[in-house]
Design a protein around this ligand. Structure first.
Ligand SMILES: [Zn+2]
Length: 222
Protein backbone atom coordinates (compact mmCIF):
# COMPACT_ATOMS: atom_id res chain seq x y z
CA UNK A 1 0.00 0.00 0.00
CA UNK A 2 1.41 3.33 -1.02
CA UNK A 3 1.91 5.91 1.70
CA UNK A 4 0.14 9.27 1.56
CA UNK A 5 1.45 12.68 2.59
CA UNK A 6 -0.96 14.91 4.51
CA UNK A 7 -0.34 18.65 4.39
CA UNK A 8 -1.82 21.22 6.78
CA UNK A 9 -2.54 24.76 5.67
CA UNK A 10 -3.40 27.46 8.21
CA UNK A 11 -3.83 31.07 7.10
CA UNK A 12 -2.91 32.41 3.64
CA UNK A 13 -1.96 35.98 2.72
CA UNK A 14 -0.92 39.03 4.68
CA UNK A 15 -4.30 40.31 5.83
CA UNK A 16 -5.47 38.18 8.70
CA UNK A 17 -8.40 40.33 9.85
CA UNK A 18 -7.71 39.37 13.45
CA UNK A 19 -4.98 39.21 16.09
CA UNK A 20 -2.97 36.04 15.66
CA UNK A 21 -2.38 33.64 18.54
CA UNK A 22 1.20 33.25 19.89
CA UNK A 23 3.38 31.43 17.29
CA UNK A 24 0.51 31.36 14.81
CA UNK A 25 2.30 33.70 12.37
CA UNK A 26 4.91 30.99 11.77
CA UNK A 27 2.33 28.93 9.90
CA UNK A 28 0.86 31.66 7.65
CA UNK A 29 2.01 31.49 4.05
CA UNK A 30 1.86 34.06 1.28
CA UNK A 31 -0.38 33.49 -1.72
CA UNK A 32 2.46 32.79 -4.17
CA UNK A 33 3.95 30.06 -2.00
CA UNK A 34 0.53 28.56 -1.45
CA UNK A 35 0.00 28.41 -5.21
CA UNK A 36 3.38 26.73 -5.67
CA UNK A 37 2.37 24.04 -3.19
CA UNK A 38 -0.96 23.51 -4.97
CA UNK A 39 0.80 23.23 -8.32
CA UNK A 40 3.14 20.62 -6.85
CA UNK A 41 0.19 18.69 -5.37
CA UNK A 42 -2.00 18.75 -8.51
CA UNK A 43 -1.94 15.30 -10.12
CA UNK A 44 -0.65 13.69 -6.92
CA UNK A 45 -3.39 11.41 -5.54
CA UNK A 46 -0.97 10.45 -2.75
CA UNK A 47 -1.05 13.95 -1.25
CA UNK A 48 -3.97 15.18 0.86
CA UNK A 49 -4.63 18.80 1.69
CA UNK A 50 -6.16 19.81 5.00
CA UNK A 51 -6.89 23.30 6.35
CA UNK A 52 -7.08 24.13 10.05
CA UNK A 53 -8.50 27.00 12.12
CA UNK A 54 -11.37 28.11 9.85
CA UNK A 55 -9.66 31.25 8.58
CA UNK A 56 -11.51 33.48 6.12
CA UNK A 57 -8.68 32.78 3.66
CA UNK A 58 -10.02 29.20 3.35
CA UNK A 59 -12.90 30.58 1.32
CA UNK A 60 -11.48 33.79 -0.17
CA UNK A 61 -8.04 32.53 -1.19
CA UNK A 62 -7.88 28.74 -1.05
CA UNK A 63 -11.20 27.66 -2.55
CA UNK A 64 -10.89 29.38 -5.96
CA UNK A 65 -7.32 28.14 -6.34
CA UNK A 66 -8.27 24.58 -5.43
CA UNK A 67 -11.16 24.58 -7.89
CA UNK A 68 -8.94 26.00 -10.67
CA UNK A 69 -6.68 22.99 -10.29
CA UNK A 70 -9.40 20.39 -9.80
CA UNK A 71 -8.25 19.74 -6.22
CA UNK A 72 -10.34 18.92 -3.17
CA UNK A 73 -9.40 19.39 0.47
CA UNK A 74 -10.64 18.88 4.02
CA UNK A 75 -11.38 21.97 6.09
CA UNK A 76 -11.19 21.57 9.85
CA UNK A 77 -13.20 24.38 11.28
CA UNK A 78 -13.41 25.92 14.77
CA UNK A 79 -17.16 25.75 15.34
CA UNK A 80 -17.13 28.23 18.23
CA UNK A 81 -15.27 30.88 16.25
CA UNK A 82 -17.50 31.03 13.17
CA UNK A 83 -18.34 34.58 12.16
CA UNK A 84 -15.55 36.19 14.20
CA UNK A 85 -13.34 38.70 12.36
CA UNK A 86 -10.96 36.91 9.98
CA UNK A 87 -12.79 33.58 10.36
CA UNK A 88 -15.22 31.66 8.19
CA UNK A 89 -18.91 32.30 8.62
CA UNK A 90 -21.55 29.57 8.63
CA UNK A 91 -22.37 30.55 5.03
CA UNK A 92 -18.69 30.21 4.14
CA UNK A 93 -18.59 26.68 5.55
CA UNK A 94 -21.72 25.81 3.58
CA UNK A 95 -20.09 27.20 0.43
CA UNK A 96 -16.98 25.06 0.93
CA UNK A 97 -19.14 21.96 1.41
CA UNK A 98 -21.24 22.74 -1.67
CA UNK A 99 -18.05 23.11 -3.68
CA UNK A 100 -17.10 19.51 -2.95
CA UNK A 101 -14.85 20.10 0.05
CA UNK A 102 -15.05 17.99 3.22
CA UNK A 103 -15.84 19.73 6.50
CA UNK A 104 -14.24 18.36 9.65
CA UNK A 105 -13.94 19.66 13.19
CA UNK A 106 -10.99 21.40 14.81
CA UNK A 107 -13.06 21.64 17.97
CA UNK A 108 -14.88 24.58 19.47
CA UNK A 109 -12.41 27.22 20.68
CA UNK A 110 -8.88 26.11 19.74
CA UNK A 111 -8.14 24.55 23.10
CA UNK A 112 -5.50 21.99 24.01
CA UNK A 113 -7.55 18.79 24.10
CA UNK A 114 -5.26 17.33 26.77
CA UNK A 115 -6.35 20.04 29.20
CA UNK A 116 -10.14 20.21 29.10
CA UNK A 117 -12.72 20.48 31.86
CA UNK A 118 -15.75 18.20 31.62
CA UNK A 119 -17.85 21.07 30.23
CA UNK A 120 -15.21 21.85 27.63
CA UNK A 121 -15.07 18.20 26.54
CA UNK A 122 -18.75 18.45 25.62
CA UNK A 123 -18.19 21.69 23.72
CA UNK A 124 -15.15 20.42 21.83
CA UNK A 125 -16.33 16.92 20.94
CA UNK A 126 -20.13 17.07 20.91
CA UNK A 127 -21.39 20.61 20.45
CA UNK A 128 -18.81 21.50 17.77
CA UNK A 129 -19.89 18.50 15.69
CA UNK A 130 -23.57 19.37 16.03
CA UNK A 131 -23.05 22.95 14.90
CA UNK A 132 -21.10 21.87 11.82
CA UNK A 133 -23.59 19.13 11.00
CA UNK A 134 -26.45 21.64 11.19
CA UNK A 135 -24.63 23.86 8.70
CA UNK A 136 -23.69 21.24 6.12
CA UNK A 137 -26.35 18.58 6.68
CA UNK A 138 -23.57 15.99 6.71
CA UNK A 139 -22.13 14.03 9.65
CA UNK A 140 -18.75 15.19 10.94
CA UNK A 141 -16.51 12.13 10.90
CA UNK A 142 -13.06 13.72 10.79
CA UNK A 143 -11.18 15.92 13.20
CA UNK A 144 -7.86 17.73 13.30
CA UNK A 145 -6.29 17.87 16.75
CA UNK A 146 -5.52 21.47 17.86
CA UNK A 147 -1.77 22.05 18.26
CA UNK A 148 -1.28 18.35 17.50
CA UNK A 149 -1.71 17.81 21.25
CA UNK A 150 -3.12 14.41 22.12
CA UNK A 151 -2.66 11.48 24.47
CA UNK A 152 -4.51 8.22 25.10
CA UNK A 153 -7.34 10.04 26.91
CA UNK A 154 -7.94 12.32 23.93
CA UNK A 155 -7.91 9.36 21.54
CA UNK A 156 -10.36 7.43 23.71
CA UNK A 157 -12.78 10.36 23.65
CA UNK A 158 -12.49 10.62 19.88
CA UNK A 159 -13.20 6.92 19.46
CA UNK A 160 -16.23 7.33 21.71
CA UNK A 161 -17.40 10.23 19.53
CA UNK A 162 -17.29 7.82 16.56
CA UNK A 163 -14.66 9.89 14.74
CA UNK A 164 -13.48 7.95 11.69
CA UNK A 165 -10.22 9.81 11.04
CA UNK A 166 -7.96 11.85 13.31
CA UNK A 167 -5.38 14.23 11.86
CA UNK A 168 -2.37 15.05 14.03
CA UNK A 169 0.71 17.21 13.44
CA UNK A 170 3.29 14.45 13.84
CA UNK A 171 4.72 14.80 10.33
CA UNK A 172 5.85 12.13 7.90
CA UNK A 173 3.97 9.75 5.62
CA UNK A 174 0.76 7.92 6.56
CA UNK A 175 -1.01 4.70 5.67
CA UNK A 176 -3.96 5.88 3.55
CA UNK A 177 -6.60 4.12 5.67
CA UNK A 178 -5.07 4.63 9.15
CA UNK A 179 -7.30 6.09 11.88
CA UNK A 180 -4.51 8.37 13.07
CA UNK A 181 -3.10 10.46 10.22
CA UNK A 182 0.14 12.42 10.71
CA UNK A 183 0.43 15.71 8.85
CA UNK A 184 3.09 18.23 7.93
CA UNK A 185 2.25 21.92 8.24
CA UNK A 186 3.13 24.58 5.73
CA UNK A 187 5.40 27.21 7.32
CA UNK A 188 5.80 30.90 6.54
CA UNK A 189 9.40 30.33 5.43
CA UNK A 190 8.74 27.37 3.13
CA UNK A 191 10.80 27.39 -0.06
CA UNK A 192 11.39 25.22 -3.13
CA UNK A 193 13.64 22.88 -1.12
CA UNK A 194 10.90 22.42 1.49
CA UNK A 195 8.37 21.51 -1.21
CA UNK A 196 10.80 19.04 -2.82
CA UNK A 197 11.66 17.43 0.51
CA UNK A 198 8.16 17.18 2.00
CA UNK A 199 6.56 15.92 -1.20
CA UNK A 200 9.36 13.49 -2.02
CA UNK A 201 8.61 9.77 -1.80
CA UNK A 202 8.81 8.77 1.88
CA UNK A 203 12.20 8.23 3.49
CA UNK A 204 12.27 5.06 5.62
CA UNK A 205 14.49 6.54 8.36
CA UNK A 206 12.14 9.44 8.87
CA UNK A 207 9.17 7.14 9.00
CA UNK A 208 10.68 5.05 11.81
CA UNK A 209 11.52 8.06 13.93
CA UNK A 210 8.04 9.54 13.55
CA UNK A 211 6.39 6.23 14.38
CA UNK A 212 8.29 6.11 17.68
CA UNK A 213 7.08 9.63 18.52
CA UNK A 214 3.50 8.64 17.79
CA UNK A 215 3.70 5.62 20.02
CA UNK A 216 4.69 7.83 22.96
CA UNK A 217 1.78 10.21 22.38
CA UNK A 218 -0.72 7.43 21.84
CA UNK A 219 0.05 5.76 25.13
CA UNK A 220 0.90 8.65 27.44
CA UNK A 221 -1.47 9.83 30.12
CA UNK A 222 -1.37 13.36 31.47
ZN1 LIG B 1 -5.32 25.07 14.92
Amino acid sequence: MRAVINLTVHGIGSRTGRTLEPDEGATWVDVERFEQVLDAVAGRPDVRLTFDDGNASDLDTALPRLLERGLTAEFHVLAGRLGEPGRLTADGVRELAKSGMTIGSHGWAHRDWRRLTAAQVTEEHVHAHRVLEDITGEPVTRVAVPFGSYDRHVLRRLRRAAVARVYTSDGGPARPDAWLQPRTSLRHDLDDAWIARVLAPSAPALRLRRTAARLVKRTRGR
